[in-house]
Design a protein around this ligand. Structure first.
Ligand code: NI
Length: 266
C-alpha cells in the first residue's frame, strides 16, 4: 500500500483556506518549501468575450479554479497573471495583449524566480487557449536556462500546463448542457463561471442574434470581420450561475487530482 502524504489527507477538503503566496512572508515560504516544492500559478487573459461577457473572463475563471485547487490540495498559489496572448482580440475595445515573445519572456522569468527558491513543480492553471503555445515554449526556455545555471540539486524542475476549460469532465458537462451552442469563444461554460463568481455580471446578460460560426484565427482585423460581435459559434446567454458553480467544482476536482499526481511523479 502506498503511504499517504500530508497533502493527500487534505485532498478534497474544500473548507481549507486558499494558501496564497501574496499573503505569506518570506520565512513562511521557506518553511512551506520544507514540506512541499509545488506551487500553482494561474494565468488568464484580458480580452473581449462577446457583447455580454466580461473582459476579465479568462483571468477570473483561472484564478477561481486555481484557488479551489489550493483549498483541496494544500498547495500554495501565486498571484494571477491576468494578461496573456490575445493579439487576435485587439479589434475589440478593452482587450490588452502581450505579444507571444513578451509573454514567453515574462513566464520564463517567473519560472526562474521560483526555481531559485527551490520550487520544483510548477502547476499552471490556464484560462485561455491563446496562451497554450507560448506557455509550452516558455517551459522549454526555462528548462534550458535552469540546466545551464545548475540551479537545482535535484535536477527535477517540472512545469505542467492545466487548461481548466479542457478538463474532460467540464467539456462533457458543457456539451450535455449547451451542445453545439458552446462554441469556441465567449462560451456559455466560461461565462457561467463568471456569473457565479461576480453576481453583478448577471445584469449584463441578454439574448443575442445567432453567432458567426467558429473558424480560423488570423490577425485582429480579420477576426473582427469574421466574428462580428466577438463570439465564435457560442450562445453565452444560455449561461447561469448555478451551472457555473458546477463547472468550478468539476474543474477543481479533476485538476486537484492531476496536481497531486504531478507532485508524486518522479
Ligand atoms: Ni475565454
Amino acid at each position: 500500500m502506498k503511504k499517504k502524504s500530508k497533502l493527500n489527507k487534505q485532498f478534497l477538503d474544500q473548507t481549507n483556506p486558499t494558501i496564497r503566496l501574496d499573503l505569506f512572508t518570506w520565512p513562511e515560504v521557506e518553511e512551506y518549501l520544507q514540506h512541499c516544492k509545488g506551487i500553482i500559478l494561474p494565468i488568464g487573459s484580458t480580452e473581449q468575450h462577446g457583447p455580454t461577457g466580461a473582459i476579465g473572463t479568462d483571468a477570473l475563471t483561472a484564478q477561481a479554479v486555481a484557488h479551489e485547487v489550493s483549498k483541496r490540495t494544500g498547495v500554495l498559489v501565486a498571484p494571477t497573471q491576468s494578461y496573456g496572448m490575445a493579439e487576435h482580440h485587439l479589434g475589440f475595445a478593452g482587450t490588452m495583449s502581450l505579444r507571444p515573445t513578451t509573454l514567453l519572456a515574462l513566464v520564463h522569468d517567473l519560472l526562474i524566480s521560483l526555481a531559485i527558491h527551490g520550487f520544483e513543480k510548477i502547476f499552471i492553471v490556464n484560462g485561455h487557449g491563446g496562451n497554450i503555445a507560448t506557455m509550452k515554449s516558455a517551459f522549454s526556455q526555462a528548462y534550458r536556462t535552469i540546466s545551464k545555471m545548475e540551479l537545482l540539486e535535484s535536477k527535477s524542475f517540472q512545469c505542467k500546463l492545466a487548461n481548466w476549460f479542457m478538463v474532460p469532465e467540464v467539456f462533457k458537462e458543457a456539451q450535455s448542457i449547451y451542445g453545439d451552442k458552446e462554441g469556441q469563444h465567449a462560451t456559455p461554460s466560461e461565462i457561467a463561471l463568471t456569473l457565479y463568481l461576480e453576481p453583478m455580471l448577471l445584469s449584463k446578460q441578454f439574448e443575442l442574434p445567432p453567432p458567426s460560426p467558429a473558424g480560423p484565427i488570423y490577425d485582429y482585423k480579420d477576426f473582427r470581420e469574421r466574428y462580428f460581435d466577438g463570439r465564435m459559434g457560442s450562445d453565452p446567454f444560455l449561461a447561469n450561475a448555478r451551472d457555473g458553480e458546477k463547472f468550478l467544482d468539476k474543474a477543481a476536482d479533476a485538476l486537484s487530482k492531476n496536481l497531486l499526481d504531478f507532485l508524486k511523479e518522479a
